[in-house]
Each structure stands twice: as C-alpha cells, then as structure tokens.
Design a protein around this ligand. Structure first.
Ligand code: ZN
Length: 529
C-alpha cells in the first residue's frame, strides 16, 4: 500500500508538469469564455465605478476619495492592500493569490485642471466653473482593471489556478509624478508582466516604439529669488525674480530653433509676482523637456539648467530647481502585445447605439473636428514605426524598461478630440465609456489568463525584454537620490473646489447612473439649424 503510494507519487512528480500544461492549454479557451461572461455580468458594477470616479474629479497626488473608494472595493473582495507606498499618500498596491507568475495591472486615476464638464452634453457646459474634471478619461481605467481582477480572482479560486494578481494606481500621471518613484521603491521587483491600460477612442495595443508618437521627459520647476522694492520709488534697490523667468523663457525661445526637430518643450509661469508696484522677489516657471531617448532628454534638461543659471546672472537674482516628474519613452513588449491583440480581435468593438453616435458626431462638429462618429473596427497590430516623431509622455515608460509591459488602449472616448480639455470629458460618464470599459476589462482578464496558464509565455516576454529591448539600452532613472514625490502639489486647487465637488458625488444607491443623478438627457446636443 505504502509502496504503491510512493510509485504513484513519483509518477505524478514526473508527469504532472506536462500533464498540467496540456490540461491548462485545453482549458484556456473555456476559461476565457467564462471570463467574458463574468465581465458581462459585472456591467452595472463597471458602470458605477466609471461614474463614481468621474464624479470625484481629483487632481494628481490628491486622489484621496478615489483611492479610498477603489481600495475599499478591493479589500471587501479579499485583496490585501498596502497603502502609502513609495512615499505617496494616495498610492497603494493590492494583491491577491500567491506564487508565480505575478501579473500586475496599472492604470491612471488623476484628472485635468479646469476640465469640469457635464457628461453627455456635446458643448462646453461645466458642472462647476473652473473646477478640475476628467478631461482625459482616467476615471474609466480602474473600472477596467478592477472588473478584470475580480473576475480573475473568481476563476482562480474556482479552478485552483496558481499565480498572483497585483493592482497599482497611476497617481499624478498628468504631471508624470509617480511611476519612476514606484520603480525606485522596488515595487515591480517581483512582477513578471505588467498589463497597463489607458482610455482611448481605438481598441488597440502596440509594441516597441509603437506609432512613434511617444516622448520621454523631465518636468522641472525653476524658482528665481530676487529682492523686493517699491517698483516706482526705488526700483534700483530691487532685483526682479520675474526678470529671471522672462529672460530664461526668451533664451529658450531663441534656442528652440537650434534643437532637434524631435524635441518638444513647453512652460507655464507658476508664480509671476504679486502686484506691479512691488518688484517681485519670488517668481517661478515650470518646464516640460521632451525628447525621444534618455541621452537627448538629459541634454535638453542640461540646456534648460544652463539657461536658468544665465538668466539669474543677467537679472542679478538666484535660482534653484526642483524635479517634479520624469518619464522614459515607452517601449512595450512584443510577445504580450501579440497575445493581447488576439484577445482584442476576439472581443471586438462595443455595439454603439444611435445616441452614442449622435453625441460623438455633435461634439466633433461643435469643436470643428472631422465628423466621423465612433470607431466601429478594432485597430490591427502594426510594426513599430522606424522614425518616431514623438508626442505625449506617460511615466509607465519607466515601468516598461524594468518589466515586460503593454498598454491596452480601450475604446471609451470619442475620436478627434484635443486631449486634456473639457471636450475629452463629455463621453466619460456615458454609455460610450461604460461599454468601452467593459470591452477593456474582457481583454485584460483574457490576457492575464494567457500568461497565468502558459508559463512559457512569461519566459518569451522576458526573452524579448532582455535580448531585444534592453540589449543595448539600459535603464537609468532621471531621479536624483534627493528627489522626492511632490505630494503637496494640487493641494490648494483641490481644497478650493472640494466643497462644491462633494455636492455632485455620484450616489449609486439612489441613481442608476450619473446621467440620471444630474438629470441630463442623453445625448444633449445643440438643435440642428
Ligand atoms: Zn493619460
């Protein structure tokens, strides 16, 4: 009896891995189908999350309500949550399961200044004048990832699947403020693959340099210090910090002509002094220096620093600087993208209603964009462009150079919008965002299953990461050891609007949707002439 057990034990040790793998591969399509069905069953939950976070409208580093709400859901569902990671109060990590592989989900949660907008209304109509709003659509990402994670947990329990799911929030993404700090804090050390996701009007994924419209950057604030004096009575006694700022900006504008065409740089004056009859003793300017790779970003940053020092010399002021954020240009993983693409094609575009299309077209007309409505086909996976031209940035770039990563773009917004504005908030608490998020959650869950059940795919993703992506380029953080996350940023702006925003928080116990709570007819469009 004893001996028989020993032999059976030996046999199972020898054959179990192969057996398990074969079993898992045949199980995979059925599990994916189950995931799709479960995501569909959670449609109301997904919609409520999209609407709830839309109503919080929190700026970078001030995502307190959003984080409380999301971590609350996760804890209630058996995830372990660690808060305040990487020295950021609104950052956290939620974990479920154990062992390998470790699959991480990440998506942004912050919003845009002055982008307040009534959802479902196809013209500029702020909910609260001047208030922050989800004018990019970051309110939908957590609905995608949490829906997928809850479904995965259920399947992992039900089918006894091994592996770990981790969830991260992209805090202060709009100021590229958190993810390089996450990497520095070692939060991704034990992670095998990262499935990031971001709102878009297409259903797509990419690898390598993708469409070439991504840049990396450093975001830096320069603080000039002068000497106050009566601006008319004794101007010769004063030294204007604003002169320092103005000279730096003028210098930068001239230098721009002699920089590579791939650079993009922009600035805002964050402190220009108090009133004209006081020579400004303090002034400050905030720059984004964008380029395509680490050496070029570093060199732009150094030119900026030289220009600041020279401007201080000219104005007889002093200057110091603070790094606010940084981002490596993204590089996504080919192996994961190829598997993800199959899932995108299997899920397909959401079925848009006439009302959805009417809202999209009316908004496109209103802002003078191409009137095309919503996309009805998924985007094929294309070869990365050979000569990137650059564009926006995302600090997920730093993660992508440390762990094999992809970014699923899910179709929850309207095409041809300007980005970072009220127009990009219009669809974000409507059926367009709800359906797009459900579609995104299906792909997240299916792609996670691909990697949970086929361990050799994790190896292939790492082979690409080591042998192709990082063969010649090695990650080096832009952060200096003394750089800290700027967690106080946006505090005053947020506090100013909080009492008004609270009146509009979505109450899902009382109202089916945020549109219903606000009494908005969907869609609200201008009468046709
Ligand atoms: Zn974004």
């Amino acid at each position: 009896m004893k001996k028989w057990f020993r032999i059976a034990g030996l046999v199972s040790v020898l054959f179990l891995p192969a057996l398990l793998f074969a079993q898992q591969s045949t199980e995979l399509p059925a599990l994916k189908q189950e995931a799709v069905t479960e995501v569909d069953r959670l449609q109301t939950f997904t919609q409520q999350m999209v609407d709830q976070i839309f109503s919080y409208s929190e700026l970078g580093f001030q995502e307190f309500e959003t984080s409380r709400y999301v971590t609350g859901i996760l804890e209630k569902n058996g995830f372990r949550v660690e808060r305040g990671v990487a020295g950021i109060p609104t950052a956290w990590v939620a974990t479920y399961g154990s062992g390998k592989p470790v699959v991480a989900f990440i998506t942004d949660i912050d919003c845009i200044p002055r982008a307040s907008q009534k959802p479902g209304v196809a013209y500029h109509d702020p909910l609260i004048e001047g208030a922050p709003g989800h004018g990019e659509g970051h309110n939908s990402g957590m609905a995608v990832n949490i829906t997928a994670a809850l479904v995965l947990k259920k399947l992992m329990e039900g089918h006894k699947l091994a592996g770990t799911i981790k969830i991260f929030p992209g805090v202060a993404e709009e100021i590229l403020g958190s993810k390089a700090f996450y990497v520095r804090a070692g939060l991704f050390k034990d992670v095998d693959i990262v499935l990031g996701t971001h709102v878009w009007h297409e259903f797509s994924t990419s690898y390598g340099t993708g469409d070439g419209k991504w840049s990396g950057l450093v975001s830096v604030q320069y603080f000039f210090h002068g000497k106050a004096a009566h601006a008319a009575g004794a101007p010769w006694d004063g030294r204007s910090a604003l002169d320092g700022v103005s000279l730096m900006n003028a210098g930068w504008e001239f230098r721009r002509e002699h920089l590579r065409l791939q650079q993009r740089s922009h600035y805002v004056i964050i402190n220009g002094g108090d009133q004209p009859n006081v020579v400004p003793s303090e002034a400050a300017v905030w720059y984004y220096f964008r380029e395509l790779d680490y050496p070029h970003i570093k060199s732009l940053y150094e030119i900026g620093n030289t220009m600041a020092d020279a401007a201080a010399q000219m104005s007889d002021t002093t200057v110091n600087r603070k790094l606010v954020g940084s981002a490596w240009p993204t590089h996504f993983n080919k192996v994961i993208a190829e598997w993800q693409q199959k899932n995108i094609e299997q899920v397909g575009m959401p079925r848009w209603s006439e009302a959805d299309q009417m809202l999209a077209k009316a908004l496109q007309k209103e802002i003078g964009a191409k009137v095309e409505g919503l996309k009805d086909k998924v985007t094929p996976l294309s070869e990365p462009v050979k000569e990137p031209i650059g564009g926006g940035s995302d600090d997920v770039g730093d993660i992508s150079w440390n762990v094999p990563t992809v970014y699923l773009m899910y179709p929850a917004n309207i095409p041809h919008l300007p980005g970072h504005s009220w127009a990009n908030a219009v669809a974000m608490a409507t059926p367009i965002a709800h359906k797009g998020s459900t579609a995104g959650a299906k792909v997240q869950a299916m792609t996670a299953l691909d990697f949970l059940l086929q361990s050799e795919l994790v190896k292939q993703a790492w082979d690409y990461f080591r042998d192709v992506q990082t063969k010649e380029i090695h990650y080096e953080s832009f952060l200096a050891p003394e750089d800290k996350p700027m967690v106080e940023m946006n505090k005053e702006k947020m506090e100013k609007f909080l009492p008004q925003l609270k009146k509009y928080y979505y109450d899902s116990a009382k109202y089916k949707s945020y549109l219903e709570q606000l009494g908005i007819t969907y869609p609200t469009v201008k009468a046709q002439p």
